[in-house]
Design a protein around this ligand. Structure first.
Ligand code: GYE
Length: 352
């Protein structure tokens, strides 16, 4: 009895000492989302990760940020330093330099554009900090400047949407040369913009569509609206809008309706068809279901668990794949195209 009592007292003392010793590990230096108090009892130490995010330009981005913060939480064993780059590369470069100074164990970078990363990634490499890229890619001279990348095949997304439009034209007896399309591009030089634009360009020459104009909407709703209202002033024959994300599409729809026109797939009778990418937010799901956006190339933002797994593997000495592409589909409520085939792969067109 006396022995059990002594054991219990010792256990309480050990537990107390352990908790007070671990307390410092949980103190995050920035607002990384969830409060990071005491390290879980099973962990000796949280893994410090600096995450440089592009910004908060779109619904996709906000869902992506939440996913990252949820996965790299204190409960999961991480001390996350989150930095919002506000769509500016120089902010992201500053954030990476701060992470290096803080001696984080991992840097996660969602790069706003592809070019211009060699110098700062060399600094991270010299500091022996692995860099995990998420979402967009970097264009660097030495692939060893980053450990691995996880994200989407943006060119494939573009091919799916363009192929869908081509099949739609066939099914509805519309000639390629009757398609008068404008492209509201994403942030110029971003992988998502480069890939989706490249696919459109090749489809335009393959199918004989008229690409009337293209301008960047910077992946935002406000800019999408501005660009579209300008296009409507300059061209009176637009019947298809290729919008490189959902938010630009929402802005384009506002501009189309403000100009007294209608969105929809009946382009033979004057409707303007809106095509987009992402399909993640409730608003986008509803827009597809109502036919206000006719077709969306899916882009998956839930990279948090993928990045967390990569870090866990690296911690365990397992080398991740250099490139990890996520699976994505295509959404439409229109019944005329059932599936699209790109190379050997067939994608069923479905509701989001
Ligand atoms: O499509 C867009 C966001 O890089 C995949 O960036 C991402 C894109 C996404 O702003 O909505």
């Amino acid at each position: 009895m006396k022995k059990n009592f002594c054991l219990a007292i010792s256990a309480i003392i050990i537990l107390f000492l352990f908790l007070s010793g671990c307390g410092t590990y949980g103190q995050s230096t920035t607002g990384g989302g969830a409060a990071q108090a005491t390290a879980p009892l099973t962990d000796t130490k949280l893994v410090t990760v600096g995450f440089s995010q592009v910004g908060a330009e779109s619904d996709w981005r906000n869902i992506n940020t939440d996913s990252m913060k949820e996965s790299l939480s204190a409960e999961n064993g991480y001390d996350l330093i989150y930095d919002d780059g506000q769509q500016k590369q120089h902010n992201q470069i500053t954030a990476i330099r701060t992470f290096i100074q803080k001696e984080v164990e991992y840097i996660v970078l969602a790069p706003v554009i592809e070019d211009g990363w060699d110098t700062v990634l060399t600094e991270a490499k010299d500091a022996n900090i692995p860099v995990i890229l998420v979402d967009r890619m970097v264009n660097v001279s030495d692939p060893d400047l980053f450990t691995c990348w996880v994200g989407s095949d943006f060119e494939l997304e573009g091919h799916k949407v363009c192929e869908w439009l081509n099949e739609f034209c066939r099914a509805n007896r519309i000639n390629g040369n009757e398609i008068n399309i404008v492209n509201i591009k994403g942030t110029e030089g971003a992988s998502a913009e480069l890939g989706r634009t490249k696919s459109l360009k090749s489809a335009v020459s393959r199918y004989g569509w008229n690409l009337l104009d293209e301008r960047s909407g910077e992946f935002t709703q406000a800019k999408g609206r501005e660009v579209m209202s300008q296009f409507l002033k300059e061209y009176d024959n637009i019947n298809v809008v290729y919008s490189e994300n959902d938010n630009e599409a929402f802005g384009a729809i506002e501009a189309i309706e403000a100009a007294g026109k209608h969105v929809g797939s009946d382009i033979k009778h004057g409707e303007i068809m809106v095509l987009a990418f992402d399909g993640t937010s409730d608003q986008a799901v509803e827009a597809v279901r109502l036919g206000r956006i006719t077709c969306i190339g899916e882009c998956n933002p839930l990279h948090g668990p993928r990045v967390e797994k990569i870090i866990r593997n690296l911690e365990g000495g397992i080398t991740p794949d250099k490139y990890e592409y996520v699976d994505e589909g295509i959404f439409s409520a229109d019944q005329s195209v059932k599936s699209v085939t790109i190379g050997d792969e067939t994608y069923e067109v479905r509701l989001p």
